[in-house]
Design a binder for this molecule. Structure first.
Ligand SMILES: [Zn+2]
Length: 660
């Protein structure tokens, strides 16, 4: 009895990419509706199938479409925006500020359409995405006819589509409800990463994904710094930490997993998590080498992803597959490791399983959706073809073929590309619209990069606030008389502290930009032990606003905030043209002097070795108030036994202005 099919693809080298890597030559694939009816030799299928349409594949390779296991498709619009930077500077300094400003539904739709063109052209039929306004990604993807796991981002920072995480979590729930059961789209939730989420967010997103039995997509253990911070903050590396937050209650798709140990790999395997290996992204951001061979050995489903096109900078899976094979070899010092057929399995069958859609796609087997591609291996760069070793064909596809050899793409039984002509997308307008976004983003960044302050505001999420201080400084030889004077009754001590301060001043070629001070404060207790450490970032205005007689300065501090990033981050982000290090031991008193609040700082400046300085200062809000306090400051200095000295304040400012 013959079975009825809608389409019979014949005269093909059929690579099923199933578990046994079955192949047929000449092979055929019968398609009925959205699914594969049967796969086999052409002779067998001709006997068993009657198809309403037959297509001669001209001896091309017919294989499952590739699965891009991790990407952020709308970021096609940010491709080439900022490169050759460290992950935190790139992400927190450039991507997120620009995203907060520009990412909208329109942006996401256009970016997704551009990505779909690129993905279809390079033989991808399914992908796992993570971005904002993910419902727009899902809509544009479904319109393009592609299959995807589309994950709505949730994180602790304000996002382009939500001011608070509760908003994005609620949006994720509604989106999952609306798209659940869609033939092409698997809706999903994406807590961005453990370091951009709170424990509460990790728990809530895991519960949401488990409730609807949809995948949870996240970034785990991407960099060594991330793991180090996790150890410091949580006392454990990343995988046990997220396990503790019940993340593995959900079907997890974890991107990267570069810095995971054997125990963590076992945990991932035990919870059937999928892993997305991103060779280009890990190489470009120098994140390190994921232990892919170990993961495969324990049976983890490891797929291959391009990551976002802003960190790659393309969506070419042929390139990723090749790099995955190369990395597998070089990291194990073993050229037999990660052979071509394994690399190609990762980009098809294992990738689909990593996305938790292995029942739908990833292989050519009857019952699975008809997601397939034709690859022309007859072009000159692909010739000749040896037939002695069957695996030679996989090697040919992985090491010699190019993504441009893909000629035809079908998803869910529908052609998206025929003879390299796209059927669902019109490319003509896309690049002009993308260029318009680039122009606007360029303008935004050029304005921002002009000012240290606006760069600071961009990453701090804080608004500008200005404070003025009256400061009187003096160099002193002996601190003992000061210590005695402070105890006298004219001065009422409100508070006393002992610090060790490490300051790094960044200065810039344009002096109008002022200075940026990164301060590490170590609070010392009575025994001289460190009781608290505080990191602060202060933006100081150009050296002085106004100078009163007797070297009293009115200085301006325009912004002060906890320093939440490392000194290294700020150095790379602000790119100062000079750095000055000052280390000092500080005794600080907050006092009332004639009814006015002052800080008295007795500093022993150790680096550079300048000895003792005495500083009295008070906050001020108006010029009149400043004049009054300037006189009082001089007075207080005298009371403490220090006569105003010529140009001491000047010296101190000079130290920062013209160090060395
Ligand atoms: Zn990513």
């Amino acid at each position: 009895m013959t079975k009825k099919a809608d389409l019979l693809l014949t005269n093909a080298i059929v690579l099923t990419m199933d578990e046994n890597l079955k192949s047929y030559e000449p092979g055929a694939v019968a398609i009925k509706g959205d699914s594969i009816l049967q796969v086999g030799t052409e002779a067998d299928l001709r006997q068993e199938i009657s198809a309403s349409e037959e297509l001669d594949c001209g001896g091309k390779v017919l294989m499952p479409g590739l699965v891009n296991a991790h990407t952020h498709v709308p970021m096609t619009l940010l491709r080439g925006l900022a490169d050759d930077l460290r992950l935190d500077v790139w992400l927190l300094g450039y991507m997120m500020p620009v995203e907060r400003e520009f990412v909208s539904k329109d942006f996401v739709r256009l970016g997704t359409q551009i990505a779909c063109v690129e993905l279809i052209r390079t033989g991808v039929t399914s992908f796992a995405d993570m971005y904002y306004f993910e419902e727009e990604v899902a809509r544009a993807t479904a319109e393009a006819g592609m299959r995807a796991v589309c994950s709505q981002t949730v994180m602790k920072f304000p996002a382009p589509d939500a001011d608070f995480y509760e908003e994005s979590l609620a949006a994720a729930r509604e989106y999952i409800q609306r798209w659940h059961g869609h033939p092409l789209i698997v809706p999903s939730v994406a807590p961005h990463a453990p370091y951009t989420c709170t424990a509460e967010i990790l728990q809530a997103t895991a519960a949401l994904a488990a409730e609807f039995d949809v995948p949870l997509h996240t970034h785990l253990s991407e960099t060594a710094i991330e793991v180090e911070n996790s150890r410091n903050e949580h006392g454990m590396p990343v995988i046990p930490y997220v396990k503790k937050q019940n993340l593995f209650d959900a079907k997890v798709l974890a991107a990267h997993c570069v810095h995971v140990d054997d125990g963590e790999i076992f945990t991932l395997q035990h919870h059937k998590a999928g892993v997305a290996h991103n060779p280009s992204s890990n190489l470009k951001l120098a994140s390190g080498f994921a232990p892919v061979m170990k993961m495969l050995e324990v049976g983890l489903n490891v797929g291959i992803g391009t990551d976002g096109p802003a960190s790659n900078n393309d969506l070419d899976m042929f390139e990723e597959v090749r790099l995955a094979a190369f990395l597998g070899k070089v990291t194990t010092n073993d050229p037999t490791a990660l052979p071509a057929q394994t690399a190609l399995s990762m980009a098809t069958r294992l990738g689909a399983k990593a996305l938790h859609i292995g029942d739908l796609t990833g292989t050519l087997e009857s019952g699975k959706r008809a997601d397939l591609i034709l690859v022309d291996i007859s072009r000159l760069h692909n010739t000749p073809r040896f037939r002695r070793d069957h695996n030679g064909l996989y090697a040919q596809l992985v090491y010699a073929a190019k993504s441009s050899d893909v000629t035809d793409v079908m998803v869910n039984g529908k052609w998206l590309m025929r003879g390299q002509e796209l059927t669902t997308l019109d490319e003509s307008e896309l690049s002009a619209n993308a260029q318009e976004y680039a122009r606007r983003i360029d303008t935004f960044l050029i304005a921002r990069e002009k000012s240290v302050l606006s760069k600071l505001v961009a990453i701090g999420g804080a608004t500008e606030s200005e404070t003025f201080e009256v400061q009187a400084k003096a160099r002193i030889a002996d601190p003992a008389p000061i210590l005695e004077a402070v105890e006298r009754s004219e001065v009422e001590i409100l508070h006393h502290r002992h610090y060790r301060e490490y300051d790094v001043y960044f200065s810039f070629s344009d002096p109008e930009q002022g200075y940026l001070r990164y301060r590490e404060d170590e609070s010392l207790d009575e025994k001289g032990e460190v009781s608290k450490v505080r990191y602060r970032l202060t933006m100081l205005g150009p050296a002085r606003e106004y100078q009163f007689p007797s070297d009293v300065l009115l200085s301006r501090s325009r912004y002060i905030a906890p320093a939440t990033h490392s000194l290294r981050f700020y150095r790379e982000y602000f790119n100062p043209n000079q750095e000055t290090v000052v280390e000092k031991d500080r005794l600080r008193w907050r006092v009332l002097y004639h009814g006015t609040e002052f800080y008295i700082n007795l500093d022993n400046v150790k680096v550079p070795d300048l000895g003792y300085f005495l500083e009295v200062k008070s906050r001020t809000w108006s010029r009149r108030d400043a004049e009054y306090k300037a006189n009082l400051a001089t007075d207080l200095l005298r009371f403490l036994g220090v006569s105003p000295q010529e140009n001491i304040a000047e010296d101190y400012v000079e130290l920062i202005e013209k160090p060395g």
